[in-house]
Design a protein around this ligand. Structure first.
Ligand code: SAM
Length: 281
């Protein structure tokens, strides 16, 4: 299996992707990084042999973690991304001309450098946008220390193992809430509940204690195996109840071309299957 990557995230399940061409393989200060070409997904980025993002299906993940909170908010000017080293999240956030400033806090400069070189289609120029402030730091440390405020905070983290673990703690979520402007929204990647139900329950237990409106919404991303992925949602504002008509207006005004997001998908993404509802605290 030397020309396949084996991703083992769960004790009884693994998935493999064929490495048609290995483009990069190196140990950064924080994790092992590979970039390879795959016939189905195009270029694939893995950290410690766990798929982070692919050229082929990243649009679903990035569009849903940005456009849902930004359009639900309706007037977001300042966005914070924690993680997000490949630049895909910054790309989608900066597509909103109404967003004046994006801070992106990534722990691993290696991910940013290699993504720029080997996955330029992911950031699509975002790293050159003057509205982007790239900070190389631990997201938990930044959140603890910052006195800045944001309208939308997006946690684009790895799974809760290794450097990403701190981004799933109650302390981190508490600091994130403090960094939100009034009506601000926190969204998080919370894995695939069919496989990692505890991850969602733990995050939402913290959200329940922090936010008046807490929960999750979902989208299916082919490389994250096991069914739809859950995105955590926390706010003290009323953004979740935005009407379809208002979303359609905002979407039209933003003049976005999307491949997954539509206002209808936005509203429907909050409808949860019974097995996911049962995971809510
Ligand atoms: N979409 C992927 C997934 O669902 O598995 C994750 C995206 S990837 C861009 C996550 C990024 O989070 C990586 O670049 C990683 O270096 C970064 N990261 C992990 N722990 C971090 C931390 N404590 N602070 C900031 N960034 C972190």
């Amino acid at each position: 299996m030397s020309d396949w990557i084996r991703e083992q995230l769960h004790p009884h399940y693994a998935q493999s992707l064929k490495i048609d061409e290995l483009l990069y393989d190196s140990e950064t200060d924080h994790q092992r990084l590979k970039v390879f070409q795959n016939g189905t997904f195009g270029r694939v980025l893995t950290l410690d042999d766990v798929v982070q993002t692919t050229e082929g299906d990243n649009f679903i993940y990035h569009e849903m973690l940005t456009h849902v909170p930004i359009l639900a908010h309706g007037a977001a000017k300042r966005v914070l991304i924690i993680g997000g080293g490949d630049g895909g999240m910054a790309r989608e956030a900066l597509r909103h001309q109404s967003v004046e400033h994006v801070t992106m806090v990534e722990i691993d400069a290696g991910v940013v450098d290699f993504s720029k070189e080997y996955l330029p289609m992911l950031s699509d120029g975002a790293f050159d946008d003057p509205r982007l402030n790239l900070v190389i730091n631990d997201g938990a440390a930044f959140m603890r220390e910052t006195d800045q405020k944001f309208d939308v905070i997006i946690v684009d983290s790895t799974d809760p193992i290794g450097p990403g673990e701190v981004l799933f703690t109650d302390t981190f979520y508490g600091h994130a809430k403090r960094a939100l402007n009034e009506g601000g929204i926190l969204t998080t990647q919370n894995g695939v509940p069919f496989m990692q139900g505890d991850e969602l329950t733990n995050t939402l237990r913290a959200f329940k204690a922090l936010f008046a409106d807490w929960g999750c919404y979902m989208a299916t991303i082919p490389t994250y195996a096991g069914g739809p992925m859950a995105f955590g949602w926390g706010t003290d504002g009323a953004a979740r109840s935005v009407t379809l008509e208002d979303l359609e207006l905002r979407f039209a005004q933003a003049n976005l071309t999307t491949d997954y997001y539509t206002p209808e998908v936005h509203k429907a993404a909050f409808a949860l299957p019974a097995y996911v509802k049962r995971l809510l605290p």
